[in-house]
Design a protein around this ligand. Structure first.
Ligand SMILES: C[S@@+](CC[C@H](N)C(=O)[O-])C[C@H]1O[C@@H](n2cnc3c(N)ncnc32)[C@H](O)[C@@H]1O
Length: 302
C-alpha cells in the first residue's frame, strides 16, 4: 500500500471507528475516492487529517472549503443515498462530496452540483474529471433557486449553512425525497438536519451538530436590526445565569426565555417541523417557534 493510500484508508478507518461512517455504501465511497485529488495544492498530511480546509477567501473571509470529513460522513449517512438516485448538491466547492455521492448513485443515478462562483465551479469540474467523475454536472448558479431544469430530485443536500428553507428546495424534491442541510436556528447555532415531507410540512428525521460557512447570494441570512438584539441577548446569556430577573421589556424577556430554553435543550429527541410562514399555527406550551423569512420552524423534544 502506498503512503498516500495508507493515509487515506486510515482516515476512513477512524471515521468508521468513531461510528460516523455507518453503512457499507458510504464506507465504500470514502475508501474509493481519494480526497487529495480535490485539494491538489494542499500537503497530503493535512489533506488526510479530519479537518475542514479553506480553499477560497474573499476580503479575508473564508467562502469555500473542503468540509470536515467527519461532518461529510454524518451528512451522507443522513442523506441515505440509493443507487440510481438523482441528487442535487448546493455548494459544489472542491467537488469531493459530489464525487462520493456519484460513487454511491452509480451509473444509473445523476449528481448535479452547483456553486455560486465560476472559479470554484471550474476547479470542481477539473478535480472531478481527474478523479474519473466527469458524469457529475457542475453548474454555476445561486443555489437558493435550486436547479429546476433537472428536478425533481430524490435527494437535495446543502453543504453550506442556510438560514431558512427556500421554497425551491421543497418544490424540487420528489414527494418521498429527502432534504439534508446545515440549518442556522439562532445566531450561530447550526445543526445538520434531514427532512422528509409529511402532508403540508417537512419533518426532521435526524439532527446532528455541525459548523458550516453561510450561504451567499439572494438567499443569504438577512442582516436585520433584530439580529443585533439577539446577539446582544446571547452575550448576556453567557454572562448571567438567572437572566429572567433582569428588568428587560416583556418582549425581550420572552425572547430570552425561548433562547434559554432552546440552548439548554439537547439535540436528543429534537423534532423540527417546517411550515410555510403564512400557516396559522397555534403553538403548545412545549413547543418553541422560530419565525424565518419563508417558513416557521416548530421545535419540540420527544
Ligand atoms: C463548505 S463549501 C462546500 C464543500 C464541498 N461540498 C466539497 O465537497 O468540497 C460551501 C460552498 O458553498 C458555496 N455557496 C455559497 N453560497 C452559495 C449559493 N447561494 N449557491 C451555491 N453555492 C453557494 C460556496 O461558494 C462554497 O464553495
Amino acid at each position: 500500500m502506498s503512503n498516500i493510500s495508507a493515509l487515506h484508508q486510515s482516515l476512513v478507518e477512524r471515521l468508521k471507528q468513531q461510528g460516523l461512517i455507518r453503512t457499507p455504501r458510504v464506507e465504500t465511497a470514502f475508501r474509493a475516492v481519494p480526497r487529495h485529488l480535490f485539494l491538489p495544492d494542499v500537503p497530503l498530511k493535512k489533506v488526510y487529517k479530519d479537518e475542514a480546509i479553506v480553499t477560497k477567501r474573499l476580503d479575508g473571509q473564508a467562502v469555500s472549503s473542503s468540509s470536515q470529513p467527519a461532518v461529510m460522513a454524518i451528512m451522507l449517512e443522513q442523506l441515505d443515498l440509493q443507487p440510481g438516485d438523482r441528487v442535487l448538491e448546493i455548494g459544489a466547492g472542491t467537488g469531493y462530496n459530489a464525487a462520493l455521492m456519484a460513487h454511491i448513485v452509480g451509473e444509473t443515478g445523476q449528481v448535479i452540483a452547483i456553486d455560486i462562483d465560476e472559479d470554484i465551479v471550474e476547479d470542481a469540474r477539473q478535480h472531478l474529471a481527474k478523479a474519473g467523475f466527469e458524469q457529475v454536472k457542475v453548474v454555476c448558479t445561486d443555489g437558493g433557486f435550486g436547479y429546476p431544469s433537472a428536478a425533481p430530485y430524490d435527494r437535495i443536500i446543502l453543504t453550506v449553512a442556510a438560514w431558512d428553507i427556500a421554497i425551491a428546495w421543497q418544490e424540487q424534491l420528489k414527494p418521498q425525497g429527502r432534504l439534508v442541510l446545515p440549518l442556522t436556528l439562532k445566531d450561530n447555532v447550526q445543526i445538520t438536519v434531514a427532512f422528509e415531507s409529511a402532508d403540508s410540512y417537512l419533518v426532521s428525521i435526524s439532527t446532528s451538530n455541525c459548523g458550516f460557512m453561510k450561504l451567499r447570494g439572494a438567499f443569504a441570512e438577512p442582516q436585520e436590526a433584530e439580529d443585533t438584539i439577539s446577539i446582544h441577548l446571547n452575550k448576556l446569556l453567557m454572562q448571567v445565569e438567572n437572566i429572567l430577573l433582569l428588568p428587560l421589556p416583556i418582549q425581550l424577556q420572552l425572547k430570552l426565555y425561548n433562547l434559554i430554553k432552546f440552548r439548554r435543550s439537547s439535540l436528543k429527541g429534537l423534532r423540527i417541523r417546517v411550515y410555510p410562514q403564512d400557516t396559522d399555527y397555534i403553538k403548545t406550551a412545549d413547543e418553541f417557534v422560530i419565525v424565518k423569512r419563508w417558513t416557521r420552524l416548530v421545535l419540540d423534544w420527544q
